[in-house]
Design a protein around this ligand. Sequence first.
Ligand SMILES: NC(=O)C1=CN([C@@H]2O[C@H](COP(=O)(O)OP(=O)(O)OC[C@H]3O[C@@H](n4cnc5c(N)ncnc54)[C@H](O)[C@@H]3O)[C@@H](O)[C@H]2O)C=CC1
Ligand SMILES: Nc1nc(O)c(N)c(N[C@@H]2O[C@H](COP(=O)(O)O)[C@@H](O)[C@H]2O)n1
Length: 220
Amino acid sequence: MNVVVNAAMSADGKLSSRRREQVTISGSEDFERVDRLRADSDAVVVGIGTVLADDPRLTVKDRDRRERRLENGEPANPARVVVDSNARTPPDARIVDEQAETYLCVSENAPVERRMNLSDRATLVTAGEKRVDLLRAFAMLQQNGLERLMVEGGGELIFSLLENGLVDELTVFVGPQIIGGRDAPTLADGDGFVENFPELSLEELEKVDDGVLLRWTVQY
Ligand SMILES: NC(=O)C1=CN([C@@H]2O[C@H](COP(=O)(O)OP(=O)(O)OC[C@H]3O[C@@H](n4cnc5c(N)ncnc54)[C@H](O)[C@@H]3O)[C@@H](O)[C@H]2O)C=CC1
Ligand SMILES: Nc1nc(O)c(N)c(N[C@@H]2O[C@H](COP(=O)(O)O)[C@@H](O)[C@H]2O)n1
């Protein structure tokens, strides 16, 4: 399995504002790159915080790329994965629409009624007692044939994946704005590291739009 985290952050490291509403940080060239990356993935992964904040579709926007996937015997869009311990994904969320297959990673603690309401819209993957056990959940996704995972955030999920040693590559677009705010989400939130900080190796640096694209591999 190969796991790539991709995110866009402001020059001060924020993924969005303290209101946790979606902020457009990438420019058109970067959004094209993100679309290519989605098209080259078996699944796009987000946390429930991102679903509740952004109501994303996570589909491939370019028709030619969707057609190329179909020609290669793949579904038009990659699968979508939500890490959602308590099955809080709204049944009318875009992420469970008909445009792609969706996997909801839930914990054993998720209320049965919510799971039942979602079970005809998504494949439920149960891993972990109270919180999704990411190592087990990703192993189960791999058993379902999902090898190339692109993680789009948010900060809580990205931190947990790094903590679990699950990230192979980190691609970050740094945009030309300051968002600020101590409560605004950053690239890696959660409890934070106090030692054994994951080490990154810079593989690529490029000016894209009015910002910078950085690609690192993670050294464990
Ligand atoms: N600029 C960008 O590229 C992106 C920005 N965002 C922004 O990020 C914000 C959402 O990020 P967050 O609030 O951090 O939410 P998140 O999307 O990282 O989801 C975190 C939630 O996932 C659940 N979860 C279950 N098991 C977990 C585990 N093992 N580890 C971690 N989380 C687990 C928890 O309920 C946790 O609160 C929004 O404001 C959104 O707009 C989100 C994605 C990309
Ligand atoms: N790459 C990137 N740049 C930004 O500026 C962004 N705000 C995001 N957000 C991510 O994209 C998701 C929306 O996807 P759809 O357009 O609905 O397919 C959003 O939920 C974030 O994960 N990404």
